[in-house]
Design a protein around this ligand. Structure first.
Ligand SMILES: [Zn+2]
Length: 407
């Protein structure tokens, strides 16, 4: 027993971080979830169930946290959900998405509850249009996306349980169905037996394993007047880059749409995004530890603050607002801070896909308008109408490419 423990500590301490045990735990979670034997944790697969069982086991054995106990339909850790959806692929067909979230709960008998979440599903063998890889089917390991977020939530759960933070109840939830369209978080937000006004706020961790130059992107700071002050002046080596909108390409959106203040934490895009090469060996554990330390301080500060209020953000990055009569059919990368608008995803059959634009392309000109950021991109789009034909100029790697585009 002692020998085993000693070995554990030795392995942990080989990681270049200050808190050996924490880094060791992160590594254990990510190594398991991102292993080839889980085949990319596709929603609805047996690999999803095995991932959910691992998370449930962590809550049961290591964290000692109870399940939701009647706060949701069913008293289990695992919460099944089903949606009938249109499946995009060759033609459009109806399909069923079934998956399961995993949730645990700290009941401090407070009137307000904090939700801390991350998605655990990923892209399986990459056969959906969400994969950015075009080779033979291969395991999309999803170490950063989003085994890193799961590891963060599991360790936060453990630490918060042992903490003196007693002014909020805390829900820890790992979602499935995120990659297919935020289905798990949507289900969760719709089936909470809480009144949504009793939810204090929601923190979402999606891709927090690849920190570079201490940069942490914090999305959703416009969703409560309390955020700006709360996230600043916390002693930390991190450089925060903030964005306002409560709508973004991850699970916090489902809670924002229920008028709940949200924050999304993200360490940035990389070339392995949605590819089989998103591997455990590329995780920055020292960076994860910095994020963890920062979040613990933030949660401590917020625990003393009472209920924070919600505000709707100007979703001027949402191309579906009525001032636009056309769409490009892309998911913009809301966190890209270079020149132009970087494409994070492309919808089949829409103008961008017909013009053969690709995920990762950076739009620098659309029609007459030079696109330098999201605002100028929106301006460009608002000047176009159905039936227009024009040109779109993109940067793809070091190349600049121009295509005809029809709306
Ligand atoms: Zn993803």
């Amino acid at each position: 027993m002692i020998k085993k423990l000693f070995l554990l500590l030795i392995i942990g301490c080989q990681l270049p971080t200050a808190n050996c045990q924490l880094a060791h735990n992160f590594k254990q979670h990510i190594t398991f979830l991102a292993s080839d034997s889980l085949h990319g944790r596709m929603t609805g697969s047996k690999d999803e169930t095995n991932s959910a069982l691992y998370i449930e086991g962590e809550f049961l054995k290591n964290t000692g946290l109870p399940a939701m106990n009647g706060k949701y339909k069913g008293g289990n850790y695992r919460q099944p959900f089903t949606y009938n959806v249109k499946v995009h692929g060759h033609g459009e067909e109806k399909g069923k998405i079934s998956g399961q979230n995993v949730a645990a709960f700290i009941d401090n008998h407070s009137n307000q509850t904090v939700i801390i979440g991350a998605h655990f599903d990923h892209l399986g063998m990459g056969d959906s249009s969400h994969s950015a890889y075009r080779g033979e089917p291969a395991v999309h390991n999803g170490a950063d996306d989003n085994a890193s977020g799961v590891a963060m939530v599991l360790e936060l759960a453990k630490q918060i349980k042992q903490s003196s933070f007693k002014n909020n109840n805390y829900v820890f939830v790992l979602f499935s169905g995120e990659e297919l369209g935020l289905y798990g978080s949507k289900w969760f937000a719709e089936h909470m037996k809480y009144d949504s006004t009793s939810i204090n706020f929601m923190l979402n961790f999606d891709m927090v394993g690849r920190m570079d130059s201490n940069k942490l992107v914090v999305g959703g700071v416009g969703t409560s007047p309390a955020w700006n002050e709360a996230i600043k002046n916390i002693s930390s080596p991190l450089h925060l880059k903030t964005t306002e909108s409560g709508v973004g390409p991850s699970d916090h959106t489902s809670f924002y749409l229920k008028s709940i203040p949200v924050l999304h934490f993200f360490t940035g895009q990389h070339k392995d995004y949605h590819k089989p090469s998103d591997d455990e060996s590329k995780i920055n554990y020292a960076g994860m530890e910095e994020t963890f330390n920062y979040i613990m301080k933030l949660i401590e500060r917020l625990d003393a603050k009472g209920k924070i209020s919600f505000v709707k953000t100007k979703d001027d990055t949402n191309e579906n607002t009525p001032k636009f009569t056309v769409t490009l059919g892309v998911m913009p990368d809301y966190t890209y801070d270079g020149e132009g608008m970087r494409i994070d995803g492309i919808t089949d059959g829409k103008p961008a896909s017909k013009a053969e634009l690709k995920t990762g392309d950076v739009v620098i000109q659309l029609g007459e308008v030079k696109v330098t950021d999201m605002t100028t991109y929106m301006k460009a789009l608002s000047q176009l109408k159905k039936g227009d034909s024009t040109k779109v100029k993109v940067k793809r790697g070091s190349e600049t490419i121009e295509h005809d585009i029809h709306f």
